[in-house]
Ligand binder design. Structure first.
Ligand SMILES: NC(=O)C1=CN([C@@H]2O[C@H](COP(=O)(O)OP(=O)(O)OC[C@H]3O[C@@H](n4cnc5c(N)ncnc54)[C@H](O)[C@@H]3O)[C@@H](O)[C@H]2O)C=CC1
Ligand SMILES: CC(C)CC(=O)C(=O)O
Ligand SMILES: [Mg+2]
Length: 361
């Protein structure tokens, strides 16, 4: 029996999680999936209900689970509160507390969505990139940080970008191992022309490459990488980078696939236990309208089945069911061509459930 912790979060988080729940239920009913799901607070809902963005009760359940599925956290209603209570602190906190250092963000274009990309179909067709983002270090976690008033009375905000060689090596190993199973290429993205932490990053990646003779390593500065991602994205196989650069580049890569509502991710610890989450945030601008695209969450569920629960066959079923609803022409508003009608969150989830039932029959 697998133990899965569901963390719906804020705004569209609960809306897309409801669809994941329906998919889990059909996997149980029709495919013999054996799972026990618990639900807990993370983010703004944790602040409101339990006084903390990462309540202790949530962390306890997280530690007792085999895998976690997150909706998204955050929203303008928590913008004014003390920084340590912000919803995003809950997400950073659970990543750190659970040692989830390896964030895998595959950007794969479903052929049916070539027209939904903001780039020409020939630029993105057959796109299959894996962004490997370091997730528990770098500037999101470096100390010191804060906002202080200097002696001259002027306020100063500061953060610290630090990486030690062990952190760089372990994320590099994840990227090289992934490349061995894919196209055999790693592009390490840094800013070594300016940042000392990137100089070390590049040196460690270069040393590591000698352990992987079957993988070709290249280096690219992050500003160029952002440009190349929209110029000629198919040149990339695996991209490995730090926390901040990976956050930004993966949102950029999301648009290549048609919408940020399509991009799943896995955040893994050293044993392969993980938290699975769509790349997007809580989309407060569309929450409560029932229009959010649930597919990134359902594809994250598929990643969970494959990477943490050893249920590759079920993962294939979910991914194929998503593919088949796209083939049927169903589109939420974010991936619908202009002037065509779109379905809502629930209808998209229902269609995936139906496609799964058809596969079970
Ligand atoms: N993993 C997480 O929980 C993350 C949380 N956030 C938080 O989310 C909140 C909103 O952040 P934003 O910068 O607006 O980023 P966002 O990713 O929530 O939204 C950016 C744009 O993409 C659209 N979008 C996002 N997901 C969508 C979906 N599933 N279907 C259709 N459209 C979708 C939104 O409507 C919006 O126009 C903030 O509080 C932020 O801190 C942001 C990124 C990640
Ligand atoms: C909300 C942040 C903590 C991080 C973020 O944007 C992300 O992980 O994609
Ligand atoms: Mg992000």
């Amino acid at each position: 029996m697998h133990r899965v912790l569901l963390l719906p979060g804020d705004h569209i988080g609960p809306e897309i999680m409801a669809e994941a729940r329906k998919v889990i239920d059909v996997l149980v009913a029709e495919f013999g999936f054996s799972v026990e799901c618990e639900t807990a607070h993370l983010g703004g809902c944790g602040v409101d209900a339990e006084g903390a963005p990462l309540p202790e009760s949530t962390l306890r359940l997280a530690k007792a689970s085999d895998a976690m599925l997150l909706g998204a956290v955050g929203g303008p209603e928590w913008d004014g509160i003390e920084r340590e209570l912000r919803p995003e602190r809950g997400l950073l906190g659970i990543r750190a507390a659970m040692g989830l250092f390896a964030n895998l963000r595959p950007a794969i274009l479903f052929p049916e969505l070539a027209a939904a990309s903001s780039l020409r179909p020939e630029v993105v067709s057959d796109l299959n990139i894996l962004i490997v983002r370091e997730l528990t270090g770098g500037i999101y976690f470096g100390s010191p940080r804060g906002v202080e008033q200097r002696a001259d009375g002027v306020r100063e905000g500061f953060n610290t970008l630090r990486y030690d060689e062990n952190e760089i090596r372990r994320i590099g190993e994840v990227a090289f191992a992934a490349a061995q199973r894919r196209g055999g290429q790693v592009c390490s993205v840094d800013k070594a022309n300016v940042l000392e932490s990137s100089e070390l990053w590049r040196e460690v990646m270069t040393d590591l490459a000698s352990n992987y003779p079957d993988v070709t390593l290249s280096h690219m500065y992050v500003d160029n990488a952002a440009m190349q991602l929209v110029r000629a994205p198919k040149q990339f196989d695996v991209m490995v980078t730090g926390n901040l650069f990976g956050d930004i580049l993966s949102d950029c890569a999301a648009m290549l696939t048609g919408s940020i509502g399509m991009l799943p991710s896995a955040s893994l610890d050293e044993q392969g236990r993980g938290l699975y989450e769509p790349v997007h945030g809580s989309a407060p601008d569309i929450s409560g309208q029932g229009v959010a695209n649930p597919l990134a969450t359902l594809l994250s569920l598929a990643m969970m089945l494959r990477h943490s629960l050893d249920e590759a066959a079920l993962a294939d079923h979910v991914e194929q069911a998503v593919r088949s609803v796209l083939q049927q022409g169903l589109r939420t508003a974010d991936i619908a061509p202009q002037g065509t009608s779109a379905v809502g969150t629930r209808a998209m989830g229902d269609a995936v459930v139906e496609a799964l039932r058809a596969r079970a029959a």
